[in-house]
Design a protein around this ligand. Structure first.
Ligand code: SF4
Length: 134
């Protein structure tokens, strides 16, 4: 069983109201081998919503709002679901401030990448999940 980013499963939960549908991930869900989840929506954030990046340990929108609390709440709720499934593997959307694995944007909204995980990915990693991106 895999936990997968909702947007990779074709859900329109991206910040801009779109999806990142990935045929391989959708096939896993259709076969009952993956559960999709969107931590940002579970944190109460609206869709669409302003894009956000992690900067100095906080999650900040491109309008300057500190949305760390919503991101952390969403990561915790998504983490609860991940544990309920008994899964230890996740396929997550690359570079997202919630789902990014190993590389995320640097907080300047300039497209530059730095090493790091999104909030949800970091939680899963600490719990020993195997993480990969699409
Ligand atoms: Fe996709 Fe994760 Fe962003 Fe939700 S939080 S839109 S699942 S990358």
């Amino acid at each position: 069983m895999y936990i997968v980013s909702g947007c990779l499963a074709g859900l329109c939960c991206r910040y801009d109201g779109g999806d990142n549908a990935d045929e391989r991930v959708m096939k896993l869900v259709a076969e009952g081998r993956a559960v999709p989840v969107c931590p940002e929506q579970l944190g109460g954030l609206s869709t669409p919503r302003p894009p956000c990046e992690i900067s100095e340990g906080k999650v900040i929108s491109n309008q300057g709002a500190d949305v760390t609390e919503s991101f952390m709440r969403g990561a915790e709720e998504a983490f609860k679901l991940a544990k309920l499934t008994g899964s230890k593997k996740a396929i997550l959307k690359a570079r997202s401030p919630s789902c990014g694995v190993g590389k995320i944007y640097d907080g300047t909204f300039s497209g530059r990448l730095i090493e790091g995980d999104g909030c949800f990915a970091e939680m899963l990693r600490k719990e020993g999940f195997e993480l990969e991106t699409e």
